[in-house]
Design a protein around this ligand. Structure first.
Ligand code: OGA
Ligand code: NI
Length: 351
């Protein structure tokens, strides 16, 4: 590629630095107490650790999480095989405006094109989904159906097995988050009946101009919680809450990187943080990752939980409709828009 396509070029202040700081500070949390619930003090210690990590970082890694390594290896392998195919083959399962799942190779984050290819699949099917921002209110809904490629032959099975494991872990994490906020363990469960949670396979190809582009531009995840698996090639950077510095996340084999999304930030009335992050690319190595996004049902109205607000600590957000929010986001991911996409800060109540 000779000429650099200007669609990929980040504004100077958002360009990655080639040297970086490694994030030693990001907490690593051992989830073993989940598997031996009789040890009450270990369990309480775990709940506390989760709470602190959600406050201080909005990001943490987990070990002894109970997801079989073999399922992770299987999805990583099949993802590599899928993306190694020709564009023509991959585009057979290409997403469109009407069919929002499958393969895509030109996504935008904050109006700059990302240096990546993706494949999305959802856990619950079929899910009804508003077709566009405008139609979210008049209930014109499009069906969300998983598109499965013919090759690699084991792709579908690997994906379906993996997403089941992710759902189990995500619910355990939501229970820990609820307990850490002083709520009943199952406080959040009701939001996920008819969930739109999905896994995204990310492929960041080798990039000849890594100092100008990003694999994925700076963003916050808008859902409840994200569970990220990655292949060990460095790239993910997190904006440290304390000083706004970009910190690279250290790879720990078989650990998962967890981050709190905007939903939890709002439910907790800003007690917990949803933190900006981005992905760098490099000119020597390609990178693969496979986040699971735990997302509530489209009909959910997201607002600070009643139990966590009172006169001294009034709600910091107006209620917003999740279905409308996500369809606005979805549109801005596919094409360059004239305006910034919708953010939870648009619902912030000024103090
Ligand atoms: C995402 C994301 C990080 C990564 O897809 O939202 O933040 O390492 N991915 O791919
Ligand atoms: Ni993200």
């Amino acid at each position: 590629m000779g000429e650099v396509d200007p669609a990929f070029i980040q504004e100077p202040e958002h360009r990655p630095r080639i040297s970086y700081i490694e994030g030693e500070g990001i907490p690593v949390i051992d989830l073993s107490p989940l598997h031996s619930p009789n040890d009450v003090s270990a369990f309480e210690g775990l709940v506390k650790e989760i709470g602190n990590a959600c406050k201080d970082w909005g990001f943490f890694q987990v070990i002894n999480h109970g997801v079989p390594l073999e399922k992770r290896q299987k999805i990583e392998k099949t993802s590599k095989r899928f993306f190694a195919q020709s564009l023509e083959e991959k585009r057979k399962v290409k997403k469109t405006e009407k069919l929002v799942l499958g393969y895509y190779d030109s996504e935008y984050t904050k109006n700059i094109r990302d240096w990546k290819e993706v494949f999305d699949f959802i856990i619950e099917e079929p899910t009804l989904f508003p077709n566009s921002h405008e139609s979210a209110n008049d209930k014109e809904l499009a069906g969300w159906t998983n598109l499965w490629p013919e090759h690699p032959s084991e792709f579908r099975e690997a994906c379906q097995e993996y997403i089941q494991e992710m759902e189990k872990l995500a619910f355990k994490l939501m229970e820990l988050v609820a307990l850490s906020l002083g709520l009943p363990a199952d406080r959040f469960h009701g939001f996920f009946k008819d969930q739109i949670s999905y896994v995204r396979l990310n492929y960041y190809p080798i990039c000849p101009f890594p100092h100008l582009a990003l694999g994925l531009g700076r963003h916050k995840d808008s859902g409840a919680v994200t569970i990220l698996g990655e292949d060990g090639v460095p790239g993910l950077e997190v904006k440290r809450r304390k000083n706004g510095e970009w910190v690279r996340v250290k790879h720990i084999p078989d650990a998962y990187i967890i981050n709190i999304g905007d939903n939890i930030k709002v439910w907790s009335n800003d007690e917990y943080e949803s933190v900006e992050h981005r992905v760098m690319v490099n000119s020597e190595k390609e990178r693969y990752s496979y986040p699971f996004f735990l997302l509530p049902a489209l009909s959910t109205v997201v607002e600070p939980l009643e139990e966590l607000t009172n006169e001294q600590n009034p709600a910091k957000y107006r209620a917003y409709n999740w279905g409308e929010f996500i369809s606005n986001r979805n549109q801005s991911n596919y094409q360059k828009q004239k305006v910034e996409n919708l953010q939870i800060s648009d619902f912030k109540i000024s103090e």
